[in-house]
Structures are given as C-alpha cells and as structure tokens.
Design a protein around this ligand. Sequence first.
Ligand SMILES: C[C@@](CO)(OP(=O)(O)O)[C@H](O)COP(=O)(O)OP(=O)(O)OC[C@H]1O[C@@H](n2ccc(N)nc2=O)[C@H](O)[C@@H]1O
Ligand SMILES: Nc1ncnc2c1ncn2[C@@H]1O[C@H](COP(=O)(O)OP(=O)(O)O)[C@@H](O)[C@H]1O
Length: 278
Amino acid sequence: MKPIKAFAPAKVNLTLHVTGRRDDGYHMLDSLVMFADVGDRISVTQSDVTRLKVTGPMAAGVPADSSNLVVKAAELMGISADIRLKKFLPNAAGIGGGSSDAAATLRALSLLSGQPVPDNVLSLGADVPVCLAQGAARMQGIGDRVISVPGLPMLHAVLVNPMLPVPTARIFERVENHENPPMPRGLPTGVTAAELIQWLATQRNDLQEPAIAAEPAIEQVFRILEVTPGCLLARMSGSGATCFGLYTGAETAASAAGRLQETYPGWWVAATRLNSVS
Ligand SMILES: C[C@@](CO)(OP(=O)(O)O)[C@H](O)COP(=O)(O)OP(=O)(O)OC[C@H]1O[C@@H](n2ccc(N)nc2=O)[C@H](O)[C@@H]1O
Ligand SMILES: Nc1ncnc2c1ncn2[C@@H]1O[C@H](COP(=O)(O)OP(=O)(O)O)[C@@H](O)[C@H]1O
C-alpha cells in the first residue's frame, strides 16, 4: 500500500502573551502564530502494529518509542501504522516540532483511514490544536482556542537555534508575572509586511525573559540576530531557545542566514518564509 505523506512545518510564535494562570498550573496565552516552510516529514502506512522509525539530521534525542507524539497521535485515533518521521527541526526548541509532527500524523492517518481527526487533540499537547490549523492563527486559552487570522502578509524570516534543548515546563515555572495584557482585540490584517512587523514590535513574548534567565545563551542568539543587516525585528519563539529575525526581503534573510551558519557552524539556522495560509 502507498504511504500517505505529510509535512510538519515549524510553528513560530510571533507574539506570546501570558495573560493568566489556571489552578492546575497551566498558563493562559494570547499568541499570534504563523508557520514556516521548513519542517519535519512524516509518512504513514497501514500496519497490524504501530512501528516508528526516526531519521534525519535532527533525529538525535528524539524518542523513537511510545512517548513520541506521533505514536500518541496514532493511539488517539485507534489506528496502527508504520510511521516514518524525518526530523529537520531541532527538538525542544520552541517551534513545536513534536506538536507539528503529531498534527501531521493526525491529518495523514485521517486520509489513510477515512476517520475524522478527533476533537480532543489537546491531550497530545497545548500546541497541537494550532498546529492542526496550520495557517496564521491567534491562539488563546491554554492553546485550545484557535482563531484563524486571514489577510496577513507573508514574512521573510531566519530561525536560529543554538542547539540547546529547553524543556517548556521549566520556562513556564519561571514566569513571575502571570497577569500581563493580551494583544489588542483586533489584529492588523490587510497590512504590508513592514507594517505588520512594526506592529509586532509593540507586542511581546512574555517567556523570553524567564528563558534568558534560565539559559543566558538565548540572549546572545537574540542580540546577534537583531544586528544582522536587514533585520527589522528579532524575538524568541515559544519557550525557546529558537529565536527568529524578520527581514526586509528574501535576499537579506538568505544572506543573514548564510553568514550566521558560517560563523556559528554548531547552530541550526534556516532562512524561511512564514506563510499566512498552509
Ligand atoms: C510555549 C508554547 C507556545 O506555543 O510552545 P513551545 O515552546 O512548547 O513550542 C506552547 O504553549 C507549549 O505547548 P506544548 O509544548 O504542546 O505544551 P504541553 O506539552 O501541553 O505542556 C508542557 C508544559 O508546559 C506548561 N504549559 C504549557 C502550555 C500552557 N498553556 N501553559 C503551561 O503552563 C505546563 O507545565 C506543561 O506541563
Ligand atoms: N515527534 C517528536 N519530535 C520531537 N520531540 C518529541 C517528539 N515526540 C515527543 N517529543 C518530546 O517532546 C519534547 C518537546 O519537543 P518539541 O515539541 O520539539 O519542543 P517544543 O515543545 O519546545 O516546541 C522533546 O524533548 C521530546 O522528548
């Protein structure tokens, strides 16, 4: 039988406002999310038992057992499958690699079986609902409320990770101020890329400060990125350590990525487009 293939793009939190904390410890968020054109690749084939093979340049450190979110996604759908996962995204990096893999697996298994994607995907992780949406979206609640944001321009970005895995829970634990303002009710749609970036500069990632306190190397990445020619805004994505730079165009982004990779060969660097639709 022919395998069903799916792409699992990197998720980028252009903003990430922490607006509260629930009694169970989970944080309330307000985040504008877009997806990159770099990501992991999944393929699934029907099988009597679930098997997983993880390959690719970023496979090191990714579990290949039942703790992998792609296996959990198959379990959630009650389907056994032979799953191949090719990792191109660094893991524990704030760009939702595992969540995006899970969402891609759910989509692929739905195509394979004809079964709909289940409603309760939040049990796989707070980032899975937004990764299922895949287009530009506003994510609220603990990640369970996803509102599609049409009309955003495509953005040229560079993603940089110093190959320092950062466990998400560790960063949320360090947040001192839980009651921060959300983004404005209306987001700027129908604007140019430069106008969107200007607006983004007035917003925040409330996890950036606690992440830098936990891993000071993140500040170094951020400072290096923000002074590259053509960079209009630099910020951390998710709980880190990946930082993104937004650029004036494809050429400045590609040139910054090339220079950074040359200067820091141990870092993961990717020039990419953030797309408003999948
Ligand atoms: C911070 C974000 C922003 O998009 O991204 P990443 O940095 O993981 O990419 C997400 O909210 C992460 O989503 P995800 O990585 O799926 O989180 P989960 O596995 O559900 O939770 C990991 C841990 O993070 C904390 N957590 C997560 C989400 C949330 N709204 N509040 C929290 O406090 C909890 O301590 C939880 O045990
Ligand atoms: N398919 C997967 N890819 C990467 N990590 C995974 C996967 N499934 C489970 N994990 C586990 O999830 C943790 C968080 O990984 P990831 O989703 O890449 O990071 P983040 O939540 O920071 O975006 C990893 O440390 C790893 O142990």
